[in-house]
Every structure is written in structure tokens, then in C-alpha cells.
Design a protein around this ligand. Structure first.
Ligand code: SOE
Length: 392
């Protein structure tokens, strides 16, 4: 029996920071069955990754992910790289007998996602995709309430995920705008979260979709390294002049669920004024639930079973010790933020590794999400409803 879970992280940008912070915090706030050890972090540049390792407390910095994945002192490989590298890294890690944690979307194609799932299953390792919004206490609470029947039968699911960092046509190029690297744009980046939340919350599968992907700004300047924000991390390419945007700026689709519900999904990086407006509203036969990440501790709940003269949406502040994950954190009313979703997720993963138990969302969930994403793309091309492949 191992005495700790030794982690190797690949990627030291936005997600690399969020995951590093999670490993720093998890053992300080949660009681872990086995402690985790921050062994190695891998990046593109040795000086940069060494500085990153020092800052976050990783024992060493590396620039060769194959070496990290094969290392004897690593039990869990955490993949925080762009989508085109998820499959080779995760498959190599599973083959080396390592547990794998991977950023979303799981892969840029369903074929890759299925191979990742097969490799993880064959190696009998734990596998998890980081859909971080599942672990916001208000979202976990919504899941429990739907399962308990609080809103009756789910009839309509509405998801809107709105950002605006590409609304300015001069906003720079980045890997996120290159199809070969990112797979797709707002669709894979944001609709992936929305699809995952829909599957998680309803416990149902999306079986058919029809949609539209749109690119409004078709070329953008390569960055000079002076910018900041989500899209400003491609200076290392050294590219100059204008670059071609090969992904969507916005993606919308309609969905049919196996259980009879219908849904609308909208993702965009062009919604001026909206920064990370990840919202769902679920209408059921006996009530509704609504949530918006921009006020992430609040769950809105309407019950048709309330007395007729008292009905109305109530706001549940999900900061009580009885709410999911909250007892590990602060007293009531002391709200949680973006980073807590990552810490809560890493806690669940480490506990599953320690116990040998299941953890979700796993690679099957990740692959099913990619199946929905791909079906929407196919429907855009065919102009008609498309069946979503079921991943076993
Ligand atoms: C950028 O669009 C981004 O950081 C996504 O990549 C994340 O998954 C999302 O949580 C916030 O927005």
C-alpha cells in the first residue's frame, strides 16, 4: 500500500496554476486518506517551469512530458495542456500504470476520447475529466435536489455560457483559436462545460442535436507578448502579422434528451459585457432551478408546491456546512470562488485513488460530452438533426 499519491502535472499556464493551487490546498482543508506529493511539473521552457515549480511548491520542473509520464516516482498524471495533446499524454500515462486527471474537453475528436477511455480501462487506473463547475457547492446541491424530486420531472434545460474576450476584433490570436490545437472554439471550450452540467444535473443523456457554429472575426493579430487574459498566451510561437481563426466564436444548438426533455445551449466569446456568464435554468413539472457562475454561491429555486400566495424564486446561499464540500471551508456566508471547484475535484479524485473507488466525471463522461460536441458540428455541416453516438 502506497503511503502517498505522487503527482506529476503537465502544463504551467492558466489551468496549470489552477491545478497546482488545488494540490497546495487540498490537504490543508480536507482530511485525505493518503497525502499527495507535488513531485514534478512539465512545461515548454526550463527556466519558466523551474520558476513555476518554485512558486507553487513542485519538487522539480521538466520539459519532457514522456519522461515525466514514465517516471517511477509519479502515481498520478495531471494533463493541463491544449486539447490536441490530451490523447497521447493520457494514453501514455495509463499505459505506464498512472492514474490520469485531464482538462476538458477530454479530446479534440471522439475517436481520441474513446481511445483514452479504453487505455484507462485496460490499465485499471482511475481517470477523471476536470469539469470544475460540478464541484461548486450550489451546483452539487442542485444535482441532489433534482435527484430528490424537488422540481419534479425535468422538461426544459437552458444553458448559456457567455464570455466577451474575443468581441474586440483586435484581440490577439492564441492556440485557442487554432482548430488543429484546440479542436473548436467557444463550442469545445464552453459548450463542453454546459453539456457536462446538463448530463450531471439531469442524470439524462442528450440523444439528438441540431446547431450552428459561427466565426465572426476570421483573422487576428498574433500577440507580441504584452497582453494578458485568457487569450494572451501564445507569444512563444514567435509568429508575426495576422493569423487565421479556424474555430467558432459562437455556437448554439437545440437538444433532445433520452428522458423526453428538450434543451437550448448557447456558447460565445463575443457577448459584450459578459465575462464568465455560465448559467443554467432548468424547468421541471413541479419547480425550477437556476444558477449563474458569476454569482456562484447562490442557487435559485422555485417550487410550485409552495402555498399559492408565497410562491416565487428563493435564493439559497449554498455556504452552510450541510451543503456539499462547504464543511471543509469557511463558516456560513463566507463564499467560495472559482479555485474551490478545482480543490474539491482534486479531493474527490485523490480519495478515489486511495480507496480504489469510482470517481466522476470519468473518461466515459468526457467521451460522451465529446460525442455531443461532435454531433453538433456534424449537424452544422448537414443542416439537420444529428443523432449522438452513445459511448459505452
Ligand atoms: C476560457 O474560455 C476558460 O478559461 C475555459 O477554458 C475554462 O474551461 C472556463 O472555466 C473559463 O473560461
Amino acid at each position: 500500500m502506497a503511503s502517498s499519491i505522487r503527482v506529476g502535472l503537465i502544463g504551467n499556464r492558466f489551468m496549470g496554476k489552477a491545478h497546482s493551487n488545488a494540490y497546495v490546498k487540498v490537504g490543508k482543508f480536507f482530511d485525505l486518506s493518503l497525502p499527495s506529493e507535488m513531485k514534478a511539473v512539465c512545461g515548454l521552457d526550463q527556466n519558466e517551469v523551474d520558476a513555476f515549480a518554485k512558486r507553487f511548491g513542485w519538487e522539480r520542473g521538466e520539459v519532457d512530458w514522456e519522461k515525466l509520464v514514465a517516471a517511477d516516482d509519479i502515481d498520478l498524471v495531471d494533463v493541463c495542456t491544449p486539447g490536441d495533446t490530451h490523447a497521447p499524454i493520457a494514453i501514455a500515462a495509463a499505459k505506464a500504470g498512472k492514474h490520469v486527471f485531464c482538462e476538458k474537453p477530454l479530446a479534440n475528436s471522439l475517436e481520441d476520447a474513446k481511445q483514452m477511455l479504453a487505455a484507462a480501462r485496460a490499465a485499471k487506473v482511475r481517470h477523471m475529466v476536470n469539469f470544475c463547475y460540478r464541484r461548486a457547492p450550489a451546483v452539487s446541491l442542485a444535482k441532489q435536489m433534482i435527484a430528490d424530486g424537488a422540481i419534479g420531472e425535468v422538461r426544459q434545460y437552458r444553458a448559456t455560457y457567455l464570455q466577451d474576450w474575443l468581441a474586440d476584433p483586435c484581440a490577439p490570436m492564441s492556440w485557442r483559436l487554432v482548430k488543429k490545437v484546440a479542436g473548436s472554439g467557444a463550442h469545445g471550450d464552453l459548450n463542453a462545460h454546459a453539456i457536462d452540467l446538463a448530463r450531471y444535473l439531469t442524470g439524462d443523456e442528450i440523444t439528438e442535436v441540431v446547431g450552428e457554429l459561427k466565426t465572426f472575426v476570421k483573422e487576428r493579430p498574433w500577440p507580441d507578448g504584452s497582453g494578458s487574459g485568457v487569450g494572451a498566451s501564445t507569444a512563444e510561437t514567435g509568429k508575426k502579422g495576422m493569423g487565421e481563426v479556424t474555430v467558432d466564436d459562437a455556437a448554439i444548438f437545440l437538444a433532445r434528451f433520452a428522458g423526453g426533455a428538450i434543451g437550448t445551449f448557447e456558447a460565445t466569446r463575443m457577448a459584450t459585457g459578459r465575462k464568465n456568464y455560465n448559467r443554467f435554468e432548468i424547468s421541471g413539472s413541479r419547480g425550477s432551478l437556476a444558477w449563474n457562475f458569476e454569482d456562484m454561491n447562490v442557487l435559485e429555486y422555485y417550487s410550485a408546491d409552495d402555498p399559492a400566495d408565497r410562491r416565487g424564486f428563493r435564493q439559497i446561499l449554498a455556504t452552510e456546512a450541510v451543503h456539499p464540500y462547504v464543511s471543509a471551508w469557511w463558516p456560513p456566508g463566507h463564499i467560495l470562488g472559482y479555485e474551490h471547484g478545482f480543490v474539491n475535484g482534486v479531493y474527490d479524485l485523490l480519495q478515489a485513488i486511495a480507496s480504489g473507488g469510482e470517481v466522476t466525471p470519468d473518461f466515459r463522461d468526457g467521451a460522451q460530452c465529446v460525442a455531443v460536441l461532435d454531433a453538433v458540428v456534424a449537424s452544422t455541416e448537414s443542416g439537420s438533426w444529428q443523432k449522438v453516438e452513445h459511448v459505452d
